[in-house]
Design a protein around this ligand. Structure first.
Ligand SMILES: [Mg+2]
Length: 250
């Protein structure tokens, strides 16, 4: 084998067997089912508005409210990666449209959002999640990377996490590389030493692969893998399989 090829092969081998040091996790639908928390949060926000800003949402059915939201999204494209600010803006516009003053609408948006967020943070981890995270935290540094506004530090898993990045802090949502780069900068490891674990083929698997991370697809629903152009390094259908799967990656 020509020397240059031999060197390349040796370096590839080294990369392949570089030990995994860091695991980053998507949160929603990876460590918990997000639906119940979102439904409760939406309900809390609605109750706040009905009680404190009468006439603000009563006239909208589900579809009409959806249309209203879409108009606000179009008007403020710069908030696309800031889910919290976008929601606060939408709450503000709803009140303004109902005739409340700017001052009242601003205060109301803040308070209705606080009611939303309080419930949004009450997520219930999947039954096996705590145990698995505890095991993994003994061998690896763990981080959270989310496009949503959940806070891992407000859950029972807080003690196992070294760091967390939110799309709205970083200014870009997965699959953009920004949050993955932030995790690499924070930990100082090579991309091959980091595994990203998540449920969304596009946001989690493609996004992480484009930065050179290893990937585990969390497929708790047992869905078929759809993208033809790429695939995850490993797939799990139960969180309890994660420690062995990570170990098999290196
Ligand atoms: Mg997810």
């Amino acid at each position: 084998m020509p020397r240059i090829h031999a060197l390349a092969a040796a370096s590839q081998k080294r990369i392949k067997f570089m030990n995994i040091r860091v695991i980053t996790f998507d949160l929603d639908n990876t460590l918990w089912d997000v639906e119940p928390a979102i439904l409760r949060a939406e309900q809390a926000q609605r109750s706040w508005l009905l009680q404190h800003r009468p006439g603000c949402i009563e006239q909208y059915d589900h579809d009409a409210l959806w249309e209203f939201k879409k108009r606000v999204w179009k008007q403020y494209p710069e908030l696309a990666h800031h889910v919290s600010q976008m929601r606060i803006r939408m709450l503000f516009e709803l009140q303004k449209a109902a005739g409340f003053s700017t001052q009242d609408s601003e205060a109301g948006a803040r308070e209705a959002f606080a009611a939303f967020l309080q419930e949004r943070h009450k997520v219930e981890l999947y039954a096996e999640a705590l145990d698995v995270l505890q095991q993994l935290s003994r061998r690896y540094r763990l981080g959270a990377l989310t496009n949503g506004n959940a806070d891992i530090y407000k859950t029972d898993a807080a003690e196992y996490f070294d760091f967390a990045f939110l799309a709205e802090e970083v200014g870009a949502s997965k699959p953009a590389p920004d949050m993955f780069h932030a995790a690499l900068a924070k930990t100082g490891v090579a991309p091959q030493q980091m595994v990203h674990v998540g449920d969304n083929p596009d946001h989690d698997i493609l996004g992480a692969q484009q930065v050179g991370l290893r990937t585990v697809w969390v497929n708790l629903g047992g869905s078929p893998w759809e993208p033809a152009q790429y695939q995850a390094d490993a797939e799990i259908t139960a969180l309890r399989d994660l420690p062995a799967t990570i170990a098999s990656l290196g």
